[in-house]
Design a protein around this ligand. Structure first.
Ligand SMILES: Nc1ncnc2c1ncn2[C@@H]1O[C@H](COP(=O)(O)OP(=O)(O)OP(=O)(O)O)[C@@H](O)[C@H]1O
Ligand SMILES: [Mg+2]
Length: 179
C-alpha cells in the first residue's frame, strides 16, 4: 500500500512537472508573427499606426509602460515620415504612403517605419537631440531622442530623395521573473 502510494505520488509529480514545463514552453515560444501595412501619409493616420502596432503587440502581453513606450516611438517615426518625409509644399495632393512592418521573434518586437520621401542628408546630425529643420512648426527636435530612449535599439537609414527607414526593436517582458 505504502509502495503504491509512493508510485502514485511520483506519477502526479511527474505529470505536474510536465504540465509546468509545457506551460513554460508555450509561454516562451510565442508564435513568431509578422504584419505589413501601408497607410496614407496624412496626419490623421498617426493614430491608426499606433493602433495597428498596439494590436500587433498585445499577444506579447506588454506592460502598460512598455505599450506606451512603443506607441510613443511609433508616433514619432510616423509623424516624421508624414511631416518631414512628404512636406506639403512638395507633395500636396499626391498619394504618398508610410509603410509599417512589425515582426516578433518570441518576445522581441521589431518595427520598421518607412517612407519614400525627401530623405535625410545627415542622419547622425538629424538624430542629435534638439536638432530640427522645422523650428517654425514648433518642433522641438526630440523625436529621434524619444525613439532611442523608449526602445532597446534604433537604426536609421536614408538616401536623399529616396526616403527614410527607421528600424526599432524592443524586448517585451524583460522584467518578468519565471520562477
Ligand atoms: N522621415 C523623415 N524624412 C525626412 N527628414 C526627416 C525624417 N525624419 C526626421 N527627419 C529630419 O530629422 C530632424 C529631426 O527629427 P526629430 O523627430 O528628432 O525632430 P523634429 O521632428 O524636428 O521635432 P519633434 O519630433 O520634436 O516634433 C527633422 O527636423 C527632419 O529634418
Ligand atoms: Mg519628429
Amino acid at each position: 500500500m505504502g509502495h503504491q502510494a509512493f508510485w502514485k505520488k511520483t506519477d502526479t509529480d511527474t505529470s505536474e512537472k510536465q504540465a509546468g514545463e509545457e506551460l513554460w514552453e508555450q509561454e516562451r515560444n510565442i508564435r513568431d508573427n509578422k504584419m505589413e501595412v501601408s497607410i496614407l501619409a496624412i496626419p490623421e493616420n498617426e493614430q491608426l499606426a499606433r493602433m495597428l502596432v498596439t494590436a500587433f503587440v498585445m499577444p506579447l502581453n506588454p506592460t502598460i509602460e512598455e505599450l506606451s513606450d512603443i506607441k510613443t516611438a511609433v508616433s514619432e517615426a510616423v509623424t516624421n515620415a508624414i511631416i518631414h518625409g512628404y512636406p506639403k509644399e512638395l507633395f500636396f495632393g499626391e498619394e504618398k504612403y508610410v509603410h509599417i512592418t512589425c515582426r516578433n521573434e518570441e518576445h522581441t518586437l521589431h518595427v520598421k517605419i518607412q517612407d519614400e520621401g525627401v530623405g535625410i542628408e545627415d542622419v547622425k546630425k538629424a538624430m542629435e537631440p534638439m536638432y530640427t529643420t522645422k523650428p517654425e512648426l514648433e518642433r522641438s527636435g526630440m523625436g529621434f531622442a524619444f525613439m532611442e530612449a523608449f526602445m532597446d535599439g534604433i537604426l536609421v537609414k536614408s538616401k536623399l530623395q529616396k526616403g527614410v527607414t527607421v528600424i526599432m526593436n524592443k524586448t517585451i517582458g524583460k522584467e518578468v521573473c519565471h520562477e
